[in-house]
Design a protein around this ligand. Sequence first.
Ligand code: SME
Length: 163
Amino acid sequence: MKKFLIFAFIHLLMNTKALKNKVSQIIASEKSTPEKLQIICDFLKKEILYYDWVGFYFKNGAKNELKLGAYAGEETAHTIIPFGKGICGQVALSNKNFVVQDVQDQDNYISCGWKIKSEIVIPIFVNDQNIGQIDIDSHTISPFTPEDEELLEFTCSQVATLL
Ligand code: SME
């Protein structure tokens, strides 16, 4: 397991630039916005070995809740999340990245199953408004590094240009 993780970290470290380039290519492609979001989810889940679920949540109209958009990974029951609830709902209010290296340390956490050990949520801003987020779940404890935040912040800033 340790060897796998070290490999995965080095892989991301070396590849952040290439991954960003690929995200930019997807954004610039001729596809529709929903298709681009789906391709980004599938791409990140496939490329980064410890990304086991990748999804986008967006503010649901005028309601103070998040609605699930595109995702890759197992189906989730949590298609609507009220602001303030869980890691995602907290990010909707805090406007800050939330890196959870071990979900067991969090009281305000919505479980998506026993396999999930860690989670990272990065907000998406359009005109300085927090309009959604990217959410990653991992089956590995403590997998996230500053490179993940860099890649996901970049991805969110690119997605913001579509919205
Ligand atoms: N764990 C999240 C719920 C969404 S799932 O990860 C898909 C949370 O605590 O907000």
